[in-house]
Design a protein around this ligand. Structure first.
Ligand SMILES: [Mn+2]
Length: 351
């Protein structure tokens, strides 16, 4: 990244922080919870804003993991955002799928440097003599393909004449990929067509897709009118993400004299994730006498810090299924391991 910051602007982009994931307020059982990992990465990402000289922070939505969040978690989430804003770094938030009510401006947007796209709108700001416009709207939950042009229009982005123009979204754009099998979003009603992105924007900053990726072409290979940046989630929220590196993005805009538009260089900053292990386990092995020892040995052979999923294949007997009861598994698994079962299409036989 260009260290001569006399004429460049750096934006820190994070998204899909899913705070509250596996963070029960009153846990019924004592076991390792993943909730703190999400908070730790959230803090690391936001602290990087100060350390790496970001001029502003954009959160691409899904701050929380669902709509019903206890107030104490809401306060915990906003604490570091308020600290950033107090330190002079403005924060821009795109409400994600379910969280419009929890990040409403009346609750947390009263800080003059915290800005929420609670409806289609454009924020303008000035950084060292350069003007920026950030346009955006809250997550549109159905029919974005048909509604996109109208929603972007309602931001009134065309009225702004600035050095940098950005569109902030929490949506799927054509060509985005997810999952261990690279599922690609194409032309469904919930996908923004690549060619429908207005050419006015220097970049689209987006949440919703949990894998880090930068889209520059549509599915027919034509250049997109503006590049789309997905920083991805800050932690793995499901086994579909088990192979993905998680982190956030620094986007540096510079203004070489010759260029009409700013030049953008992105840097992905990875966050260290615990190993996520998908382990096949034939039901036959669990039905055998001595299966408990087999299971204990299997778990002991895995990374004790792992997030492990046992994929059961085949037909379980009553004895086999007994072994997979949660309390039984907790008893034999290493204490730091998170363990879950994928039952797939399995059937249990015998009573
Ligand atoms: Mn999400």
């Amino acid at each position: 990244m260009n260290r001569d910051r006399t004429d460049s602007i750096v934006i820190l982009l994070l998204a899909d922080t899913h705070l509250g994931f596996d963070a029960p307020q009153r846990p019924r059982i004592e076991r390792r919870r993943r909730g703190e990992e999400f908070f730790a990465h959230y803090h690391q990402a936001l602290e990087a804003a100060g350390k790496r000289g970001a001029d502003l922070v954009v959160h691409g939505g899904d701050l929380f993991y669902r709509s019903k969040i206890p107030d104490v978690l809401v306060s915990r989430a906003f604490e570091p955002l308020l600290a950033l804003a107090d330190s002079g770094i403005p924060v821009y938030l795109v409400p994600g799928n379910h969280e419009r009510s929890k990040i409403s401006p009346t609750l947390f947007g009263r800080h003059p440097r915290i800005h929420i796209f609670d409806r289609p709108k454009t924020f303008q700001l000035e950084i060292r003599g350069r003007l920026l416009a950030l346009s955006g709207f809250p997550s549109c939950r159905s029919g974005i393909r048909d509604r996109f042009a109208a929603l972007v229009g309602q931001t009134l982005f065309e009225k702004y004449v600035t050095d940098v123009k950005l569109l902030c979204l929490h949506q799927c754009v054509e060509g985005a990929q997810v999952g261990a099998h690279n599922y690609t979003f194409r032309n469904g009603p919930e996908v923004i067509g690549g060619r429908s992105l207005p050419p006015d924007f220097d970049a689209v900053l987006a949440g919703h897709i949990h894998r880090y990726q930068i889209l520059i072409r549509d599915l027919r290979g034509r250049p997109l009118p503006s590049p789309v940046f997905y920083p991805g989630a800050i932690e793995r929220t499901s086994f579909a993400e088990r192979l993905e590196q998680k982190g956030f993005l620094l986007l540096e805009f510079s203004f070489p004299g010759s260029a009409e538009r700013p030049v953008l260089s992105p840097t992905f900053i990875p966050l260290p994730c615990r190993p996520m292990l998908d382990v096949p386990l034939p039901a036959d092995k669990l039905n055998n006498p001595g299966a408990e020892l087999m299971l204990e040995e299997l778990l002991a052979s895995l990374d004790p810090d792992g997030i492990v999923r046992l994929n059961i294949r085949g037909v379980l007997t009553a004895r086999g299924s007994e072994l997979l009861k949660a309390e039984q598994l907790r008893r034999i698994a290493p204490p730091g391991m998170n363990l879950s079962i994928n039952w797939g299409s399995i059937r249990v036989w015998g009573g």
